[in-house]
Ligand binder design. Structure first.
Ligand SMILES: Cc1cc2nc3c(=O)[nH]c(=O)nc-3n(C[C@H](O)[C@H](O)[C@H](O)COP(=O)(O)O)c2cc1C
Length: 171
C-alpha cells in the first residue's frame, strides 16, 4: 500500500473546486505531527490558509513559479515553518530542513492516501511570505503546498534507475 502511494503520488498543479473535508485535513496534519525529528524537538509549525485574500497575496509573490495559479485555485494552502533553534546543526548541516522535509513528506503522502493532491513549493520569497503571514523573524518559512482535489493528473516524471543511485560496500 505504501509502495503504491510512493509510485502514484504526483505534484499537482491544477485543482478542482471541491472543498477539502475537515476530517481529511485533520488526518493530513496528523501525519505531519507524527514525523520523527532531531531529538524529538518537533521544530515545525504549519499555517493552514483558507482566506482567499491571503492566498492571493501569497500567489502574487510566486511570479514565474509553475505553481502560482494553483495557490489561489486550491481550497487550502499549507505553509511549513520551522524553528532552527529547535533542531540540530552538525557538520554545517542544519537539521531543521530535514525535520520539516520529513514531516511535510508525511503530510503529502497521507494527502495522496486521502485522494488529495499537493505540490512542494520551495522556490519562494521567504521574507515576503513571512510578512504576509506575520511569521516571527526567528522562524524560517521553508515551503508551502496547495491542498485540494486534483483536476489534472500529470504523467509520472522519470526517476533514475536503482543501478545509478545505489553503490555497494563503498562509493
Ligand atoms: C524541495 C522541493 C521544492 C520544490 N519546489 C517546487 C516549486 O517551487 N514549484 C513547483 O511547481 N514544484 C516544486 N517542486 C516539485 C518538483 O518539481 C517535483 O516534485 C518533481 O518534478 C517530481 O515530480 P513529482 O512530484 O510529480 O514526482 C519541488 C519539489 C521539492 C522536493
Amino acid at each position: 500500500m505504501a509502495m503504491r502511494i510512493f509510485a502514484e503520488r504526483r505534484s499537482i498543479r491544477r485543482y478542482g473546486d471541491r472543498p477539502v473535508e475537515e476530517e481529511k485535513l485533520s488526518e493530513v496534519l496528523e501525519a505531519a505531527r507524527l514525523a520523527p525529528s532531531w531529538a524529538n524537538m518537533q521544530c515545525w509549525t504549519y499555517i493552514v490558509v483558507r482566506d482567499p485574500g491571503v492566498k492571493e497575496a501569497i500567489a502574487a509573490t510566486l511570479e514565474g513559479n509553475p505553481i502560482q495559479k494553483a495557490v489561489t485555485s486550491a481550497p487550502v494552502l499549507i505553509v511549513a515553518c520551522a524553528d532552527p533553534e529547535k533542531s540540530g546543526n552538525v557538520n554545517g548541516q542544519p537539521y531543521y530542513m530535514l525535520d520539516i522535509g520529513i514531516s511535510m513528506q508525511q503530510l503529502m503522502l497521507e494527502a495522496w492516501n486521502q485522494g488529495l493532491g499537493t505540490c512542494w513549493v520551495g522556490w519562494i520569497k521567504e521574507d515576503e511570505i513571512r510578512s504576509i503571514l506575520g511569521v516571527p523573524q526567528n522562524i524560517r518559512v521553508v515551503a508551502l503546498t496547495p491542498l485540494g482535489y486534483p483536476a489534472v493528473l500529470p504523467d509520472a516524471p522519470p526517476r533514475k534507475p536503482l543501478e545509478e543511485i545505489v553503490r555497494h560496500d563503498r562509493w
